[in-house]
Design a protein around this ligand. Structure first.
Ligand code: ATP
Ligand code: MG
Length: 241
């Protein structure tokens, strides 16, 4: 089959959609009946800070960055019910998957979405003021219900960030994966190839991982620069740990 038929994209059903009981609506808008796309993977994720920071790395340093992290971590919509903080991560596959889902999602800003694309998913979103400690409004956070990958490079980075190969059925794994032949442990921002008390095992020999992650860990363990940061690799192996 043509690789175009296997285009994949990451969708996140964000905490505002869960909070406002719009999950079923979003899923039905994205269903095969409407989009011709199929599920490649699905996962309920408690988003920790490291994953949020990696996912939104391009927005680091912006005024709304901190509020964006709190939003995707669920802290904004579930301030007092920590156990409810989660997102639904979905990978969809099919021809034109990225653009099809961006079209149904609509413009980033919900107010603009309502005017320009009535009926799109984000038309049901809202804007929320971002304030400093004294209550002065600094910016507006866009609570826009879903995330959808913007282009093939982002889709690859994001699917590899939110999913391990084993989270996807073999026929749905379009990025190269293989078994690790090393141990890798993570503790407080550092990488180890042998067990350290208090560390988390990222990979053990025989665990199947994305080839790009294995390659990055090998370089980082050797003190060299890799194509991505240690946090970008470790974040997904710490999901729901
Ligand atoms: P997403 O990445 O969530 O699919 P997008 O690609 O349409 O949305 P991005 O520019 O990647 O938009 O922004 C990511 C998220 O950051 C947006 O969904 C929104 O919640 C928030 N955001 C983006 N720009 C702004 C802004 N100027 N002010 C406040 N929040 C913003
Ligand atoms: Mg984006």
């Amino acid at each position: 089959m043509d690789t175009k038929d296997f285009e994949q994209t990451l969708v996140l059903i964000k905490p505002d959609a869960l909070r406002h009981s719009l999950t079923g609506y979003v899923l039905s808008q994205l269903s095969e009946f409407h989009t011709g796309l199929r599920f490649a993977g699905a996962k309920i994720v408690r988003v920790h800070r490291m994953l949020a920071e990696e996912h939104y790395a391009e927005h680091r340093g912006k005024v709304f960055f901190e509020s964006l992290l709190e939003y995707i971590m669920g802290a904004s919509h579930y301030p007092d019910e920590e156990w409810k903080r989660r997102v639904i991560a979905l990978a969809y596959v099919g021809p034109g998957a990225i653009q099809k889902i961006r079209d149904i999602a609509g413009p980033t800003n919900p107010h603009e979405a309502r005017v320009k694309r009535p009926g799109c998913i984000r038309a049901l979103g809202t804007l929320f003021p971002v304030k400093d400690a004294s209550g002065t409004v600094l910016d507006e956070r866009m609570d826009n219900l879903i995330h959808a990958s913007a282009n093939p490079a982002d889709a690859e980075r994001e699917i590899k960030l939110w999913f391990k190969p084993g989270d996807l059925p073999p026929a749905m794994r379009i990025y190269e994966s293989r078994a690790s032949d090393e141990h890798y442990y993570y503790k407080e921002g550092k990488l180890f190839t042998a067990y350290e008390p208090g560390s988390v095992c990222l990979l053990a020999p025989g665990n199947v991982a994305w080839v790009s992650d294995i390659e990055a860990l090998r370089l980082l363990a050797g003190g060299r620069k890799a194509s991505c940061s240690l946090e970008a690799v470790a974040a997904k192996y710490l999901i729901n740990e």
